[in-house]
Design a protein around this ligand. Structure first.
Ligand code: 9MR
Length: 351
């Protein structure tokens, strides 16, 4: 049996075991227990406002997940709202909670073109901050943030979404002022600041083999040739049931692993046009399960992280008009078919 067929067999077994009416009892063990034997961590993004306001949310994180990532509070714009004034309070709270609950922490993110501090973008736009100063600011940022969490972050998304949907390096203030060399600089600085953390590139629309994922593949080859400390490729996994499932996900994961990288699914959610119905929920369960199967069938896929786990707190409806229901649990924390599918896939899958 080829490996691809093994994947299909798991999918077939899943279809037999999935029962749309079965809700997992509250007392049941969580996803983290189902995942344990596979060596693949199951993670979630954490919304720290919800974490502090909602004990059901907080309890579910600790029951279901053995890896966490901050949905927002480790981003530059959150940590350094005012130039030179660093606020790690919310991020530290998450890291401390993770330690107490046996969870690893992914760091998201040292650099993204969104959620940058207002003073930084304004300074660059006005010309007050020139290229030389931007480079110094960026370097200091990496040392401050990666240095602050040194030893407590298993993997950093060092650069997030640096390639655009035309498979070109994204036109950002960093590319414009510093040139493409900023990417290697970021990895070298991050490695100095936290030598044990695995350092990742991370993006969306790179699940399958396509022009964008191939641009990453070529970039990684170049970085490796230049002896840049890059260790992992993060595949976000923001999907929607109305789109075709991406092509050749397992082959894509494997080609990055052949370059010597770890891989991870880092932000999985599967949205749908509202309202949900049985067909959409089934398609959603399939998509979650199929991404997870690729991770389990690969050799070096270390974690499968969902971008939030309950529809109660989801970024999707605010960004995609008329879409939602993207998470494993509904807004009342009732498991959806996708939750059962992920659990079953972990239970059946393994290394
Ligand atoms: O989920 C995040 C949301 O709360 C923020 O408002 C948004 C800001 O742009 O960022 C969201 O998270 C993004 C992640 O950091 C990077 N990949 C895409 C995610 C969804 O937009």
């Amino acid at each position: 049996m080829t490996r691809a067929v093994a994947g299909t067999a798991i999918a077939a077994a899943l279809l037999l075991t999935l029962n749309p009416t079965s809700a997992v009892a509250a007392a049941d063990t969580g996803l983290r227990d189902a995942a344990k034997h596979t060596g693949v961590r199951i993670g979630t993004a954490v919304d720290m406002a919800a974490f502090n306001a909602d004990t059901t949310y907080r309890d579910a994180i600790n029951r279901e997940f053995n890896s966490v990532v901050a949905e927002n509070v480790m981003k530059w714009g959150e940590i350094e709202k005012e130039r030179g004034v660093l606020n790690f309070a919310a991020a530290d709270q998450l890291v401390d909670s993770a330690r107490a609950n046996g969870q690893q922490v992914r760091g998201h993110t040292l650099l993204w073109h969104n959620q940058l501090p207002g003073w930084l973008t304004a300074g660059v736009t006005s010309g007050e901050i020139d290229a030389a100063e931007l480079r110094q600011i960026l370097k200091r940022h990496v040392f401050e943030v990666a240095g602050h969490f040194r030893g407590r972050i298993v993997a950093w998304d060092v650069v997030n979404e640096i390639i655009d949907d035309n498979a070109q390096l994204r036109d950002t203030i960093f590319l414009r002022l510093l040139g493409p060399g900023y990417i290697a600089d970021m990895f070298r600085w991050a490695h100095q600041a936290d030598p044990k953390a695995k350092l990742y590139l991370n993006d969306y629309n790179v699940e399958g083999i396509n022009a964008k994922s191939t641009a990453y593949y070529d970039l990684v080859k170049q970085l490796k040739a230049d002896r840049v400390p890059v260790h992992g490729f993060g595949i976000q996994g923001h999907l929607g049931v109305q789109y075709p499932f991406p092509n050749n996900v397992l082959d894509n994961v494997r080609r990055f692993e052949k370059l010597g990288l770890d891989t991870a699914f880092t932000e999985v959610d599967v949205r749908m046009p509202m309202p949900p119905d049985a067909t959409k929920l089934q398609a959603q369960a399939y998509a979650y399960s199929a991404l997870l199967q690729a991770c389990l069938l690969a050799q070096r896929c270390v974690s499968f992280t969902v971008w939030g786990f309950t529809d109660k707190y989801s970024w999707v409806p605010g960004v995609f008009n008329g879409q939602g229901a993207a998470n494993l649990l509904d807004e009342n924390f009732i498991p959806k078919l996708a939750y059962d599918a992920v659990k079953t896939t972990f239970t059946l899958g393994g290394r």
